[in-house]
Design a protein around this ligand. Structure first.
Ligand code: B1M
Length: 213
């Protein structure tokens, strides 16, 4: 079994104590950090999600797999971040109200930071007012990023974007959205400025949007 497969198996089984070491071993063997992330961890979470859908595992197993992935990402982080130091701008980021998923958002934040942005992460289950407050408190913020992972929190994403769209600060910010159930069509429909499918393209989108903010 390759080291990346070992990482995937440890994430799937929620072996948080093992994952960090295995990721380090994979890096030491010269594996590409992006491959470790995609094939070792994100794909493993896909398997976990499928098993959950098929009632083969339940929420606690999903939770331990998430913890294990976080341990792996900690080790991978310095290798993924390109270390951009110039200030490309400031972004307010959060997972919308009612939604507790944060792994994807954290990866997006990490990649956007590495593209030179300062990221203010509001966390998970972020009410609309908190997004608005954060933009008001950070007059130099030019981007707002909202993540939603559940079909049931897509309406919260819609409401968040609608509320942001009504604010007097709307002209100075660009809004980007993402998350597994979100599509470009939905992003357009709710009035966001941009959508991206994954963390790497989110960083590119952030640069593009900031340039026009
Ligand atoms: Co949840 N969960 N979960 N879960 N969970 C999913 C999302 C699900 C698809 C599993 C399944 O059924 N197959 C399903 C949703 C189904 C649906 O919406 N129709 C689901 C469900 C049902 C639930 C609960 C309702 C289960 C329950 O309680 N009965 C519950 C809801 C809790 C809540 O939020 N209110 C729940 C709970 C949980 C845990 C807490 C146990 C845990 C989360 C822990 C955590 O995040 N700290 C969890 C997990 C781990 C998952 C799966 C298995 C993995 C999610 C993940 O981290 N993926 C997930 C199945 C899956 O995704 N395959 C599932 C890896 C991550 C890197 O990908 O988050 O998609 P992702 O992020 C990507 C892109 O989407 C994009 O870039 C990221 C990086 O490439 N992206 C953006 C994300 N945000 C972006 C923002 C951007 C741009 C791009 O711009 C701002």
């Amino acid at each position: 079994m390759s080291k990346i497969q070992e990482v995937a198996e440890a994430v799937e089984k929620g072996k948080a104590k093992l994952v960090g070491g295995l990721v380090q071993e994979a890096l030491d063997e010269g594996c590409d950090p992006v491959e470790i992330l995609n094939q070792g961890m994100i794909d493993a979470m896909g398997v976990v999600g499928e098993k959950f859908k098929n009632n083969e595992i339940f929420v606690p197993e999903m939770l331990v797999a998430a913890r294990a992935m976080k341990k792996g990402v900690e080790v991978l982080k310095p290798h993924l971040a390109s270390g951009g130091t110039s200030s490309a701008g400031k972004m307010i980021l959060g997972t919308v109200a009612g939604d507790l998923h944060d792994i994807g958002k954290n990866l997006v934040g990490m990649m956007i930071e590495s593209a030179g942005f300062e990221v203010i992460d509001l966390g998970i289950d972020v009410p609309i007012e908190k997004f608005i407050e954060a933009v008001n408190e950070n007059p130099d913020a030019t981007l707002v990023g909202c993540s939603a992972l559940l079909t049931t929190t897509m309406p919260a994403l819609r409401d968040t974007v609608a509320a942001l769209n009504e604010q007097p600060f709307r002209d100075r910010i660009k809004i980007m959205v993402g998350g597994a159930p979100i599509t470009q069509a939905f992003a357009d429909e709710i009035g966001a400025d941009g959508y991206s499918e994954d963390a790497a393209s989110a960083a590119q989108l952030a640069k593009k949007l900031a340039a026009t903010a």
